[in-house]
Design a protein around this ligand. Structure first.
Ligand SMILES: [Fe+2]
Length: 238
C-alpha cells in the first residue's frame, strides 16, 4: 500500500457512498477528494470495477487490517494456481505432437495460458497494492499434477490425454475460484475473482468443445453448475 487512507476520511467517504445508489457526479466528487488526500494507485486494467467500487475497496482497507491480511492470503492462493496453470501449459506444449490434434490442442493451450498470464499479472499487482508479497512461481509443479495422473484424469502420453489433463485442471480452477472468492472480504475483489472464475469455466468449455469437434459425442456444457458436486460431469477420464 503506498499510503494508508486516514480512517476518518475513509469513514466519511463510506458514509457518503452508502447514500449513493450509483455512480454519480457526487461519487466522482468524493473520488477526487480522496485522490487528492492520498495516493491511490490506479485501478488495475483487469480489475473491472467502477471508481465507486474501488473507493469502497480502499475505504474498507483503511478500516480493517485483518480483512486486508485475509484478502492477501486468498489472492495469493489464487496466484499459486495461476503459476501452476502457466507452468502446466508450458510443460504440456512441449509434449504435444505436430499432427492436427496436437496442433489444435496447442492453439487452445496457448490461448488459455495467455489468460492465465493476465490473471497472474493482475493478482500480483493487487497483492502488492494491498501491501502484501505476491507468491512467485516455483521451478515446477509436477507434484501437484501427479494426483490427476494417478486418478486417470488425463495423462502426458498422448495429445488427447494431455487435453483431458488440461480440462481437469481448468475445471478445478473454476471450482476453486468459486470457493476462494467467498472468503474475500472486499466486494470489488469478489467481483474481480468471480470474473476470473467464469473465464476458468470458459477454458474448460473450450476444451470440451474441441473434443466434440473431434467427434467425441459429449455435451459441451454437461451441468448447470461448476462445483465439487458436478465435477465428475465436467472432466473426461483417460
Ligand atoms: Fe484457465
Amino acid at each position: 500500500m503506498q499510503k494508508s487512507v486516514p480512517k476518518k476520511l475513509a469513514y466519511t467517504c463510506l458514509e457518503e457512498l452508502s447514500k449513493l445508489k450509483a455512480h454519480t457526479k457526487q461519487s466522482d466528487k468524493i473520488w477526487r477528494t480522496l485522490c487528492k488526500e492520498v495516493e491511490i494507485p490506479p485501478i488495475p486494467p483487469a480489475v473491472r470495477c467502477s471508481k465507486l467500487e474501488y473507493l469502497e475497496l480502499w475505504g474498507s482497507l483503511a478500516m480493517g487490517k485483518g480483512d486486508v491480511a485475509n484478502d492477501i492470503k486468498v489472492l495469493n492462493n489464487a496466484l499459486f494456481y495461476e503459476h501452476q496453470a502457466i507452468w502446466a501449459y508450458n510443460f504440456a506444449a512441449g509434449k504435444l505432437s505436430k499432427d492436427k490434434v496436437g496442433q489444435a490442442v496447442l492453439a487452445i493451450a496457448l490461448a488459455n495460458q495467455a489468460d492465465h498470464k493476465q490473471h497472474r499479472d493482475t493478482l500480483t499487482a493487487v497483492v502488492r497494492q494491498l501491501g502484501g508479497s505476491p507468491v512467485g512461481p516455483k521451478k515446477d509443479y509436477l507434484e501437484t499434477v501427479k494426483p490427476y495422473l494417478a486418478n486417470g484424469e488425463g495423462n502426458l502420453d498422448s495429445d488427447v490425454n494431455i487435453a483431458k489433463l488440461a480440462l481437469a485442471l481448468e475445471v478445478d480452477a473454476a471450482i476453486a475460484y468459486g470457493m476462494e472468492v467467498a472468503k474475500l472480504k472486499t466486494p470489488a475483489l469478489v467481483t474481480a475473482g468471480a470474473s476470473i472464475g467464469s473465464v476458468e469455466a470458459s477454458h474448460a468449455t473450450v476444451i470440451r468443445y474441441a473434443f466434440k469437434t473431434l467427434g467425441v459425442d459429449i455435451p459441451v456444457v454437461p451441468a448447470a453448475f461448476v462445483s465439487q458436486a458436478t465435477r465428475s460431469n465436467w472432466i473426461l477420464k483417460v
